[in-house]
Write a protein that binds this ligand. Structure first.
Ligand code: KIV
Length: 302
């Protein structure tokens, strides 16, 4: 697959040259971006190849999101995703990304029961999954858990608004904080997460003016998904940005490419080549030295 032909080497050299001045993005770098006003870019990735592509695009943060339950495993929600599945994907992403800050999602019920369990599972994502920090869902009710994880030396990203792990309680994938009282609760949740030690917080499906107030109130960066333009950063899901997943299509998604049809076209072309004996050709096959081939044929007669 990668035999290092000149064309492949040029591509690799260029990519490596571009990477020479890059350094790994840290929590401190992300926090200083709030002060400098330089927006943070974040995308999800779930495997080695995806992480390599996202890293080469110089995205600041890669989230190994439990959204993998939906876009990779085809489940109806993120609720069934397990620690073992998260660890498996975190390890794969860590192999592909050299520079982006890696955030591993703590899956449902890996931190909600008690803070000690949260610390243990957050630690596993770092030790076994090789991520740099963890993300968990919830506001004030998660403050003690956030504090315990941070006290163990593990940076935590919060996540409020539409929290998909609570989908049953929320009654579906819908925007949050749309009444004055609910918006006010979100502000209080964000402040509680900051006070508990979060280094950043994701705001999902929240009215833009509410996200603006939270962003202005917090010292730590906010990263929006369906939370308007005033957040300190933006995050999208890998399969959404590439137009690969169409089961759920939130209105806040912007498709930067529509790869579903080109991929299907490539698979169809392959099938047609196979069926019509057009693939493989000589250039895809291995030859033998004529004398070895002759000897081989001769050996069959013995
Ligand atoms: O799991 C995920 O991909 C997420 C993002 C949508 C923020 O939590």
């Amino acid at each position: 697959m990668t035999d290092g032909t000149p064309k492949q080497r040029i591509g690799r050299d260029k990519a490596e040259g571009m990477e020479m001045n890059r350094k790994k993005v840290s929590v401190i770098d992300l926090q200083s971006r709030k002060q400098s006003g330089q927006p943070i870019s974040m995308l999800t990735a779930y495997d080695y190849t995806g992480a390599l592509l996202v890293d080469r695009a110089e995205i600041d943060v890669i989230l190994i999101g439990d959204s993998l339950g939906m876009v990779i495993m085809g489940l109806e929600s993120t609720v069934p995703v397990t620690m073992e599945e998260m660890l498996h994907h975190c390890r794969a992403v860590a192999q592909g990304a050299k520079y982006a800050h890696l955030v591993g999602d703590l899956p449902f019920l890996s931190y909600q029961v008690d803070p000690r369990e949260g610390v243990r599972n957050a630690g596993r994502l770092l030790k076994e999954g090789h991520v740099d920090s963890v993300k968990l869902e919830g506001g004030r009710e998660m403050a003690a858990t956030v504090r315990a994880i941070v006290d163990a030396g593990i940076p935590v990203m919060g996540h409020i608004g539409l929290t998909p792990q609570s989908i049953s309680k929320l009654g579906g994938f819908r925007a949050q904080g749309r009444t004055a009282a609910a918006a006010r609760r979100l502000v209080d949740d964000a402040v509680a997460l900051e006070d508990a030690g979060c280094y950043a917080v994701v705001l999902e499906a929240v009215p833009a003016p509410v996200a603006a107030v939270i962003t202005q109130k917090l010292q730590i960066p906010t990263i929006g998904i369906g939370a308007g333009p005033h957040c300190d950063g933006q995050v999208l899901v890998f399969h959404d940005i590439l137009g690969l997943y169409d089961k759920v299509q939130p209105r806040f998604v912007k498709g930067y490419a529509q790869l579903q049809q080109p991929i299907i076209d490539a698979f169809t072309a392959f099938r047609e080549d196979v069926v019509n004996h057009r693939f493989p050709e000589d250039e895809h096959s291995f030859a033998m030295k004529p004398d070895e081939l002759e000897a081989f044929y001769h050996s069959l007669k013995e």
